[in-house]
Design a protein around this ligand. Structure first.
Ligand SMILES: NC(=O)c1ccc[n+]([C@@H]2O[C@H](COP(=O)([O-])OP(=O)(O)OC[C@H]3O[C@@H](n4cnc5c(N)ncnc54)[C@H](O)[C@@H]3O)[C@@H](O)[C@H]2O)c1
Length: 254
């Protein structure tokens, strides 16, 4: 599907974590395909500016939203209901990571990673998913990872725990909503060359391991993840629920 298609015209989509490398591209792609996008992030100020420059034909808006706080979800979902009267798509993208191993991870960091990546995704489904159901149906897209499915490089234990839960919660919620019009799917990126990832890892042993373990021999691009989100967001995927799409250059088939 060429960018610039209008397959999301008329849809209202909420995306979390839209100051990060992948969230920015998801919001842009949904806007380019005609959606009105509610861009949200724990960092409120940058999303205000971002929403203004999004383009497309939709009416965009922005809100500060810490996905780990239920009160934030309640507020933002009420704002969306007031402003647009409906919600068609939520992309639970915001998350934090930690590189520590099973023995080196601290209790504090473990709890933070779970609170944002796992509990935040559940709260997004609970509150935004419920508004989608009240709107007559739509799509929930949960950002997972290859680390929700396989062991990766043998570190990032808290992140793997959070993403493993996202993977199974996705299927659980898909069954709950299967006959109520709400589809729920997960996207599993491999290593994506966001500015932040390049800044942290380019040239390191970890970076070499990412490339060596990716059959296609390169990092993915945020736009390639966004394209998969747009497919799951729209009606082209109307008979797809509870499944997982890997955007990983072949990592998980090796
Ligand atoms: N970059 C990769 O290689 C990769 C690979 C697999 C999966 N992912 C997943 O893709 C998603 C986006 O990753 P990214 O690379 O853009 O990461 P990133 O760190 O650049 O962006 C994460 C975003 O989440 C936001 N965020 C952090 N805590 C939050 C909170 N409590 N509430 C709301 N927002 C919060 C950040 O402000 C940021 O905008 C994440 O779910 C990540 O786990 C990324």
């Amino acid at each position: 599907m060429a960018i610039g298609s209008t397959r999301l015209e008329g849809k209202i989509a909420l995306v979390t974590g839209t100051t990060g490398g992948i969230g920015v591209e998801i919001a842009r792609r949904l806007a380019q395909e005609g959606a009105s996008v509610v861009v949200t992030d724990i960092a409120g100020a940058p999303v205000a500016e971002f929403a203004e420059g999004l383009g497309g034909t939709g009416t965009h808006s922005h809100s500060a939203l810490d996905v780990a706080l239920e009160s934030d979800w309640e507020c933002v979902v009420a704002e969306v209901a007031d402003r647009y009267g409906r919600l068609d798509v939520v992309v639970n993208n915001g998350a934090i990571g930690s590189l520590e191993t099973v023995v080196d991870e601290t209790r504090e960091k473990y709890d933070q990673v779970i609170a944002v990546g796992q509990t935040g995704t559940w709260l997004g489904m609970k509150h935004a998913g419920a508004l989608i159901e009240r709107s007559g149906g739509g799509s929930v897209v949960n950002m997972c990872s290859i680390l929700g499915t396989v062991g990766g490089l043998g570190n990032s234990v808290a992140y793997a725990a959070a993403k493993g839960a996202v993977r199974t919660m996705t299927k659980n919620a898909a069954l709950h909503w299967a006959q109520r019009g709400v589809r729920v799917n997960s996207i599993h990126p491999g290593f994506i060359g966001t500015a932040q990832l390049k800044e942290r890892h380019e040239g390191s042993e970890r970076h070499r391991a990412m490339l060596a373990n990716t059959p296609m021999g390169r990092l993915g691009q945020p736009e390639e993840v966004a394209a998969a989100v747009a497919f799951l967001a729209g009606d082209d995927s109307r008979f797809i629920t509870g499944t997982e799409i890997y955007v990983d250059g072949g990592w998980t088939c090796a």
